[in-house]
Design a protein around this ligand. Structure first.
Ligand SMILES: N[C@@H](CCC(=O)N[C@@H](CS)C(=O)NCC(=O)O)C(=O)O
Length: 213
């Protein structure tokens, strides 16, 4: 039995969508950020970073949302959540998954936690403002890639782990002045992703209601 430690809508959402896409038995364990449970000793013993998510798969304790997505794809090759190893399609898949986690997601942390990079509230507001603008420019690039690709998926011709990640980070932009959904190809892509039965199950299990992104 796999256990995913989660808080509704956090970086657990992409791995959670993949668990639902795979249809594998799993247990969701709430880490209640409302009471800082992610900073308590019991959770820090699993994830010393005090962040979500964490996946426990037998003896394996795995942190980092993108690593969890890759692990789920690797351990269920029949589901084709990632293209074949060594293929050009796999390289493109890596490119987009890395971009989403180490560029878009990383920038979003500045938007959500600007006080960590600022000395006072005014500086934090500036950090947040700049992060939001930079994230918008990133979604502009993703929009161009979706338009050029033409498949409705960010990498390749079919759903992959990249798309679950895209939906997750797009959801995080929903309160921004220029949310991901405000671009034509992204709007179509996100609507299709959100309508997938597995995605709907993940939303429901985390208690997430519309608007989803
Ligand atoms: N690189 C990590 C980042 C995880 C992360 O920052 N998660 C957020 C929630 S979306 C979190 O746990 N924040 C709590 C904190 O930073 O104190 C990953 O992708 O798993």
């Amino acid at each position: 039995m796999l256990t995913l430690y989660y808080y509704p809508g956090n970086a657990n959402l992409a791995p959670h969508i993949l668990l639902e896409e795979l249809g594998v038995a799993h247990h969701l364990e709430l880490v209640d950020r409302a009471v800082d449970a992610h900073k308590e000793a019991a959770y820090l013993a699993l994830n010393p970073h005090g962040r979500l998510p964490t996946l426990v798969d037998g003896a394996l304790v795995l942190t980092e949302a993108a690593a969890i997505c890759l692990h789920l794809a690797d351990t269920h090759p029949e589901a084709h959540l990632a293209p074949p190893l060594g293929s050009a399609a796999r390289a493109d898949f890596y490119r987009w998954l890395m971009y989403l986690t180490n560029t878009v997601q990383a920038e979003m942390l500045f938007y959500f936690y600007p006080e960590r990079l600022a000395d006072d509230a005014a500086m934090a507001a500036r950090v947040k403002h700049h992060a939001e603008a930079r994230v918008a420019a990133m979604f502009d690039q993703i929009e161009l890639a979706l338009q050029a690709g033409g498949s409705g998926f960010l990498s390749g011709a079919q759903f992959s782990a990249v798309d679950a990640y895209l939906l997750m980070v797009s959801r995080w932009s929903r309160m921004m002045a220029r949310p991901a959904r405000g671009r034509a190809a992204l709007a179509r892509c996100l609507a299709n992703l959100a309508a997938r039965p597995a995605v709907q199950r993940a939303f429901a299990a985390e208690g997430i209601e519309a608007p989803y992104y």
